[in-house]
Write a protein that binds this ligand. Sequence first.
Ligand code: PLP
Length: 470
Amino acid sequence: MDYISTRGQAPVLDFEGATLAGLASDGGLYVPREWPRFTKEEIAALAGLPYAELAAKVMAPFVGDSLSYDRLLELTTQAYGRFSHAAVTPLKQLDHQQWLLELFHGPTLAFKDVALQMLGLLFEEFLGRSTQNLTIVGATSGDTGSAAIDAVAGRSKVDIFMLHPKGRVSDVQRRQMTTVLAPNVHNIAIDGSFDDAQAMVKRMFNDKAMTDRFSIGAVNSINWARLMAQVVYYFAAALQLGAPHRAVAFSVPTGNFGDVFAGYVAAQMGLPIAKLIVATNVNDILHRALSTGDYSAGTVTPTAAPSMDIQVSSNFERLLFDLAGRDGAAINAQMAQFEAEKAMSLTNAQREGAAALFVSARADADEMAQAIRWGWESAGELLDPHTAIGIHAARAFAASGDVAADVPVVTLATAHPAKFPEAVERSTGHRPGLPDRVGDLFEREERCVDLAGDYDTVAAYVAGLAAPKV
Ligand SMILES: *Cc1c(COP(=O)(O)O)cnc(C)c1O
């Protein structure tokens, strides 16, 4: 399988190359040259497989010749063996139409583990084939950082530098990063927002002084391999609910548009998806873009769902590229305008193409709290704030009459409620406890440096500690 950049200029790479490259050298994002497609019979044959096997079958067409099927299956077996639930991503029924897909049974209690446990193994596999060292630089609104650090801590040939916005991640999220004391792990708290941190990371990928000396790798969802791993659970859930003979809708708490884009990919592969509901909080650039075509960044408002406190959604570019007939030059111009003016408009083709599969909804703090309460009072489930925003959107969608009552609506439960205990307790009176596997988090030693939110300072810090390319 070949990978091409959304901006049309960067070299074409295979899966191994795209995994190690992260961001494309022209500032774009790698996507497969075409979407692999399963027939209805092929999808039906996936029903009932153990998760690791389903994962290998869904990922195989994207991996191409970079791994044999048997090796891929060994890696998925190892990655998903670390989950605390035998189903890996269990599905729970909330009412006659609403379902919850629990994606938080990995080591750091958020859905990011599903992709990053796999990505850590892919890095190790591919780096083992050469003398190359990898310097991972990432920005986190909370959950990517801990999941990525868990996935690569202590691995040779990889250094990880993780930037988080100082004071804007929860205590559990911060401790899950800063208490990992492996020598290849470097936590950086920066003065600024997640978007500031993400902009610095993107700049480093295009900073020749850095890329000449270091192979900079990505663990953010700009890395294609992450999205590939997330496609799998859309299949897992839909197959359980009757696909390919029945269509399913998904509601996805959205920030960087990675998770919901994986749903789009599943639909392109032939999985019958009735609708993808993009659920946002008050940081609603995606809701505005999908409902009015106006893609313009405001300022970030901190909320109780910090992993969605984003105004620039990197992976939206992948959708815009597909909906623009995969015209890299057009996307290059559109994104250049966005980078210059912090605003741009979707074309009619992009708006109509998006409307065929996506709807969007926005939840404010009250609506989020009400959804947490609904989950507890009507189904006995404690929902984290991100998941609650998805539930709010899912219930609004079901009530809108835009979907038949027999179409199941699955909300992706993106974090364990114990990651955000205050918000859950405020709405339900119940404080979710941390699962035993992360029990002593609050006793462990922390390690982190504070840096100014300034690119040169961060680049100098990375350059001082990272291992050179070879
Ligand atoms: C990262 C994250 C999101 C947003 O996912 P995207 O792929 O960035 O859209 C939602 N909820 C939680 C808990 C997250 O960690």
